[in-house]
Design a protein around this ligand. Structure first.
Ligand code: GLN
Length: 493
């Protein structure tokens, strides 16, 4: 197989399968050969699902052969972040505490992938319980950026992003609580979409910050993002926060003109803290939009400076409550030789959780404790509302907002690992969308002087993913940043 076949998008791949130019079984076998060759340098997967994937591939070949009806993702190899439950396949959240956890059910999104005939390749690495921005907090391994293996892929969906960027999966699912789909997409040079809170069911996504978490897509281009969103969006009776709003057709009409679209540029996101290569790339992208007939409007989101502080109170408070369930009784790891129940709880949690998770549980419990609740959690909730109001006011004037996704391109492994505060600032541009619940996408828009990918973020109103995809696609169609691939050491070329 030529390397080219690993570089094409999922929608191009599906055409080749349908026209019988290639077979799903052949493709799946080759993909696993590629994974065995490349994966040791990238470390994007926690577990592989080879046998089941080959079974599914055979089933799809049979269906195509017999002219049977096939799903939207027929034959497309997909990776799933390891905090999304997969029936009979380990789901670890990259934590030692869930090392042996095998869910008895599929998450809603996984059920939908299967219904649409996708091939699930494996479960990808992440920062433990999705807490981090570099995938260095994994309890198992450090994932490397395919563009430069000395650098991080971003996080927490770093495994999913690196897998797609390195051709180790055609698409992937991630989760985004404060930027964990968009930021690693930016650092790996791919497309990352976080839908509106409530657009996609969280049933079977291991909870981190329940009022912020949303499952998102990692793909090679915007059209693939539309296809994958089409599959996973919609009301699910198992998640009461998923919303009963009809799912539009994201695929047809994605090429709509953006003539006259008003793009808001928030001054707060174009400041000194942002790397100059990132700023230059986003500013050049705006020129492309102007050429396409969009109107650039300066706007202000005045409470942006509080977003990171608010996020780390709200997210940690919710995490401390969500993670209380890992007590050695119900799931996963339990310590040995216990002396009483308190000893069992405390040693199980001390041994099972990593340092970042413990830090957050402590911060969250502190913020929720009776003496401090008003000063921290309540105050943060109020400021969160102000941040949401900023967006509402901005969207009175503009159709979308454009800004950088990450303040910097991929940083070196170890560079921020010992400085939690600096790490927390990695998500300064993505966190506000989670606090407000609005959708956001990161698309490739340039390269740094060192040749590292740069992402641009686009935000729209709640449930306006269709418009978001159209605006992103208009840029992608005019540029070739998304077509550039990292050079990987492999011999299947
Ligand atoms: N980096 C942020 C955090 O550490 C966001 C994580 C996420 O979106 N899952 O919490």
């Amino acid at each position: 197989m030529s390397l080219k076949l690993l570089e094409i998008t999922a929608h191009q791949l599906k055409e080749k399968l349908l026209s019988r130019e290639i077979q799903a079984t052949f493709l799946t076998k080759k993909l696993f050969e590629w994974i065995k060759e490349i994966e040791p340098n990238i470390q994007s997967y926690i577990s592989l699902n080879e046998d089941e994937a080959l079974e599914k591939a055979k089933e799809i070949d049979r269906k195509i052969e017999n002219g049977e009806k096939i799903g939207l993702l027929a034959g497309v190899p997909i990776a799933v972040k390891d905090n999304i439950c997969t029936k009979n396949i380990h789901t670890t959240c990259a934590s030692k505490i869930l090392k042996n956890f095998i869910p008895p059910y599929d998450a809603y999104v996984v059920k939908r992938l299967k219904e649409e005939d996708a091939i699930i390749i494996g479960k990808t690495n992440l920062d433990e319980f999705a807490m981090g921005s570099s995938t260095e907090n994994s309890g198992y391994k450090i994932t490397r950026n395919p563009w430069d293996t000395e650098r991080v892929p971003g996080g927490s969906s770093g495994g999913s992003s690196a897998a797609v960027a390195a051709g180790l999966a055609y698409m992937a699912l991630g989760s985004d609580t404060g930027g964990s789909v968009r930021q690693p997409a930016a650092l790996c040079g791919i497309v990352g979409l976080k839908p509106t809170y409530g657009r996609v069911s969280r049933y079977g996504l291991v909870a981190f910050g329940s009022s912020l978490d949303q499952i998102g897509t990692l793909t090679k281009d915007v059209r693939d993002a539309a296809v994958l969103l089409q599959v996973i969006a919609g009301k699910d009776s198992y998640d009461s926060t998923s919303v009963q709003i009809p799912v539009p057709d994201y695929i047809n009409g994605i090429d709509a003109s953006i003539q006259g679209v008003k793009i808001g540029i928030p001054q707060e996101y174009f400041t000194n803290g942002i790397n100059t290569d990132v700023l230059d790339s986003v500013k050049n992208a705006l020129k492309v939009y102007e050429r396409l007939g969009a109107k650039i409007v300066d706007i202000s989101l005045p409470h942006t400076e509080y977003a990171v502080a608010v996020y780390y109170i709200v997210a940690n408070a919710e995490a401390s409550s969500n993670l209380a369930r890992y007590d050695g009784v119900k799931y996963g790891y339990r310590t040995n030789d216990v002396r009483g129940i308190i000893d069992m709880y405390s040693r199980t949690r001390s041994e099972g959780f990593g340092n970042e998770v413990k830090r957050r549980i402590m911060l969250g419990n502190y913020a929720l404790s009776s003496g401090y609740y008003d000063a921290y959690y309540l105050k943060a909730s109020k400021v969160r509302n102000l941040i949401k109001n900023d967006f509402d006011a901005a969207f009175e004037k503009v159709d979308c907002i454009v800004c950088p996704t990450s303040p910097v391109p991929a940083f070196k492994i170890g560079e921020r690992a010992n400085n939690p505060l600096e790490m927390y600032l990695s998500d300064i541009c993505t966190i506000p969308a989670n606090l407000a619940g609005i959708p956001g996408i990161s698309i490739p828009c340039g390269f740094s002087k060192e040749g590292l990918p740069i992402g641009m973020q686009i935000l729209t109103r709640h449930f306006e993913e269709k418009k978001l995809l159209q605006i992103a696609y208009a840029f992608e169609r005019e540029t070739d940043f998304h077509l550039k691939k990292p050079v990987l050491k492999g011999s299947i070329a």
